[in-house]
Design a protein around this ligand. Sequence first.
Ligand code: SAH
Length: 347
Amino acid sequence: MEKIDIKCLDETQLKEVFVKLSEKPFRASQVYQWMHQKLVTSIDEMTNLSKDLRAKLGEQFAFTVLTKAEMLVSSDASTRKYLLRLADNNVIETVWMKYRHGNSVCISSQVGCRMGCSFCASTLGGKIRDLTAAEMLEQVYAIIRDTGERVSNVVVMGTGEPLDNYDNLLQFIRMLTDDKGLHLSQRNVTVSTCGLLEPMRRLAEEQLAITLALSLHAPNDELRKQLMPVAKAYRIEQLLEACDYYFEKTGRRVSFEYSLIQGVNDSPKEAEQLAGLLYGRNCHVNLIPINPVKEKSYRRSDVTNVLRFQKILEKAKINATIRREMGTDIDAACGQLRRRYMEARNE
Ligand code: SAH
């Protein structure tokens, strides 16, 4: 039987496990602190535990540590893209971004993705597996260890569909924001979804203060279906209802992501339709000029189209910002570094 990963357990679960092993609950608190505040990379570093206990833990449990397979730094040093290696030798991408107001980490939630969005590199090889809560946490921890800097924001916008890995995602968020761990503010955590209806509604009911972002990319179902297979399952109207429900339950304004593709979804007609759709909603639109993926023919919208699109939204009183393009010189587009790495291995 596979061993339980000790880093996947929250403090209460860890205490329960310790009691079963006839260990005192305060030992579990110590171990929790070593893992989630001191971010140690081995059980042997937990020096206030006896050698015997350390050996016992090492035997009983798996202990996830992610190691750096590759790292690229953008020319302005504001962005680092990491390829991190998992215990089973799969690799995942994690991005570190330095902002004036604090550092942000963009994590992956799955190895690969099964959602099939037509403009995205992460989905080209399908989904391999879900990431565990420990593997999501370790992406943040590995980067803190490597940079020596604090992290204030975490966005779940890397490879994978987070709401397709719901339970592990929730465990991850709870542990990341726990005062016994890194204690990030829930307000500084964003989860981006391609629009899975039931889990969006479920998330609204969890009483979390995190930000929900919906990847919209089109103002009507017909166009959305051409870009995103998931649009065949749920209509935009249903997704917006779920967003309204999220706002109602949490008081958190929802973000909408809209990747701009030249000549596909960036005309004034689409901007006006989007404005109509979002009219009167307390929301925020993130415009992302698409990162071209070499396997696809899509091109990034030119500056004129991007600004024209933004202007139309703002005229309709919809708050819209253009995503600061960071790290395009290091292939920061979703999933591209991992793909290049795997192609190189298969040559
Ligand atoms: N599966 C989730 C989160 C991961 S993708 C989701 O769909 O939201 C994070 C964001 O990047 C999504 O809005 C996604 O549509 C967008 N994206 C994917 N590939 C892109 C590309 N090549 N250029 C610009 N944005 C892209």
